[in-house]
Design a protein around this ligand. Sequence first.
Ligand SMILES: [Zn+2]
Length: 323
Amino acid sequence: MLDAEPTGTTKALQMIRPRFALAFTSALLAATLLVACGPNSGSPGGNASVASAAEVQSTGVLAPAPAEPARVGATPQTSAPQPPPRASRSGFLVALDPGHGGDESGAAAYGVVERDSNVELAQRVRAYLVAAGVQVHLTREDNGRATGLITPGGDTRVSTRSDLQERVIAANRLGADIFVSLHSNGSGDPNMRGFEVYYESRRPFADDNYRLAKELLDGALKGAANAGHPSTSRGIIDAGCWRNNNGRCIGLFVLSPGGSPTSIGPQMGPVTAKEATNMPAALLESLFISSPDDAAMLKSDAVRASIARGIADGILRYLGIPA
Ligand SMILES: [Zn+2]
């Protein structure tokens, strides 16, 4: 899937025809540009779109955010006279990264906006992890950008890459044990469905990246199945050559080694990440928003809860914590 060509879903962009209504075509175009973790073009320099958030929330399936656990720094508390709070008893800190945010909304179709869906799913995963004694840092808490970085009147691409970089920097600063980016997929082909996960083979802890990716994928698939919706695995994919630009591999921004060419979306070209994660990382694509059947799953409270539980269980297995 990741040789010299973009993935099949990117190719599928060429299949979009004018007969689609403009709004829907735009949604699918955005989705198509987000095969892995690339953002849509958004409005250069624009503000966060609250209309899209309202669209998703109007479905009534997205539950309110669980209470945020207390955050502490990366330094373990080794001499506390009292038992540590439940949220930190495992000693692990997980950085959950809901993909996209603000004026960069990701895939959107059938009343589901990826930006908003990602953060709601991350909040669910966090609740399960906190219940298991794992501390969680969300790179963004709402539908806005992670850092609030918007280039006034400037190029949204600059804002996006700065935003992604700040997510990595924050996870490093907090000393997170793993970095898990949560997305949903999009394609011009409404028949494309299922889960896929990305890892980076070019990191010193590539084996851990792969193991984390596998646990995420296995957990998400089990979660969907447990909700009565067995889904398709599209595999564990090396993001080190997510795109190929004249023989040069372009990786995904949040997974790539520092100083290497990365991408924040097919239309935006390669950029260079200054600082990579210090910890194992993987990026999960939960279902295709561009599929009416997958979108229906994403709009189901029960399915979302079960997928979130599966993702959390996968993280716990990776960390060696009994679920
Ligand atoms: Zn995405």
